[in-house]
Design a protein around this ligand. Sequence first.
Ligand code: GLN
Length: 492
Amino acid sequence: MSEALHELTIHAALDGMRRGDFNAVELTQALLDRIDQVDGQVKAYLTVTPELALAQAAAADARRAAGDDAPLLGVPLAIKDVLCTEGVRTTCGSRILENFVPPYTATAVQRLADAGMVMLGKTNTDEFAMGSSTENSGYFTTRNPWDLTRVPGGSSGGSGAAVSAQEALAALGTDTGGSVRLPASYCGVVGLKPSYGRVSRYGLVAYGSSLDQVGVLAKDVRDAALILGVMAGHDVHDSTSMPTPVPDYQAALTGDVRGLRVGLPDEYFIEGVQPEVEAAVRRAIDVLAEMGAEIVRISLPNTDKALPVYYLVATAEASANLSRFDGVRYGFSAGADSILENYRESRGQGFGAEVKRRIMLGTYALSAGYYDAYYLKAQQVRTLIKQDFERAFEQVDVIASPVAPTTAFRIGEKADDPLAMYLSDVFTITLNLAGMCGISVPCGFDNAGLPIGLQLMGPHLGEETVLRAAHAYEQATTWRSHWAQPEKAGVS
Ligand code: GLN
C-alpha cells in the first residue's frame, strides 16, 4: 500500500479493514501518532482521548471479527467541541465550560458511535462557534496546516485543520453562518452543511437555534455523503429534525452532471473578491459546463441585506441561548457572595470579548422598543432572502459561488476588526438564513499556495444534488491529490 494509514479516506480505510490489511487499533494508533507528530504546531484539538479511542478501536475490531460491518466500524474521527460527549469534557471553546463534562451525548455523535466510530478527541472552535478564524477560542488559535501563520477559518477551524493535516479521517463541525464551509475552504477539504432539520441538534450547544446545523468536514465528497447518511434523520429529542426518510447519499454520486442546471448569482461575483478566487471558481464552473451542465445566470437580489439580518437574528438567538450560563447550572462559577454578583462575575470572567459583544447586540435587538425595528424587521427580510432562493431553485438545480471572498488570512489580521471578520461570511450566511444546504469543495490554490473553495448550494433537502455535483467536479479534477504538510512548515 502506498499511503500511510493516516492519509486514507474513510472509504479506503473501510476497504482496508474489510480486506484485513490492517485493523482499527492499528489505524487509530496511526492517527494518534500523527496527532503527536503535528498537533503541537497545528493545534487542532482541545482534548485528545487516546485511551478511549484505542478502547473503541478494540471494540470495533471485536465487532468486525464477529461479522459486523457497520458503516463507520473502526473509523477514527474528530468532533467539534460544541457537541456534547458523555464523560468527555465539552468546552465550546469557552473558559466558562472549561471543566464541563456532559451527562449525555449529542444525537449526531451517538449515531456515529453506534455505527462504529472511534472518537479521537474534541476540536478547537471559536467560543460558542462565534467567529470565522478560531481566534475567538478561549484557549488558543488553531493554525492553518497549509501556512501556520494563517487562520484555518472558523468556527469549526479545529475540525478543518484536523482533517487537512490528516489528524482525523473526517470531523464533525457545525454551521450557523458558514462555520463548516469556511474552514473547509481555507483548509482545502470538503465541507458539507446539511439543510436545516436534516440532522438533529440535540446535544449541540445552541448558538443560533434557527440557523445551527451539524455538518461534516471530510477528505472527499464520498466520505461526507457517508457520514451524512449515518447521522441524518428524525430524532425524537429535536422537534425541528425532519421526519423525511434519509436517502442513500452515496448512491447519488453518479459522476453525471449532464443537464444539471447550475446558477451563477450576479450578487456573488462582485468587486472585492480576491482575483485568484474568482478565477478558480469560474474555471470550476467551466469544468461543470464541459461535463454537460447548463450554466444559467441568476439573481438573488436581497443578498446585500444578509449580513445585517444574520447578525441580528444570530445575536438575538445567542443572547437568549447563552443566558443559561449563569455560574450556577454549568461550568465556571466565580463563587461571589450574592446571587446577582455571582451571575455578573461568572459571566464577566467566563465569556470572551466577542461573546459578550454578541450578547449585548442581541439583547438590545430583542429589548422592548427596539424589537419591532430590529428583530422583527430582520425576520421579515430573512423571508425575502429565502424567497430569492426559492425562486432561483425554480430555474436551477444548484447555485455555484465562491465560499469566501478571500483565501485564509493571517492570524491577527482581523482579530481587532469585527466587521472585517464578519465579511468573511458574506457568501455563506445566506444559506443558513434560507435553511438550505451547501457544500465547499476544493477548486484550486491562490498564488501563495493557499486552497480555494467552490460553494455549491442546493434547495432544502437537496443534499443528493449538491453531493452529486460536488463529487462529479471533484472526480474530474486533481485538487484532492494535494495535501498540506504542516510537519515540513516552520512555525513563525
Ligand atoms: N462566522 C459566523 C459567526 O460568527 C458564523 C459562525 C458559525 O457558522 N458558527 O456567527
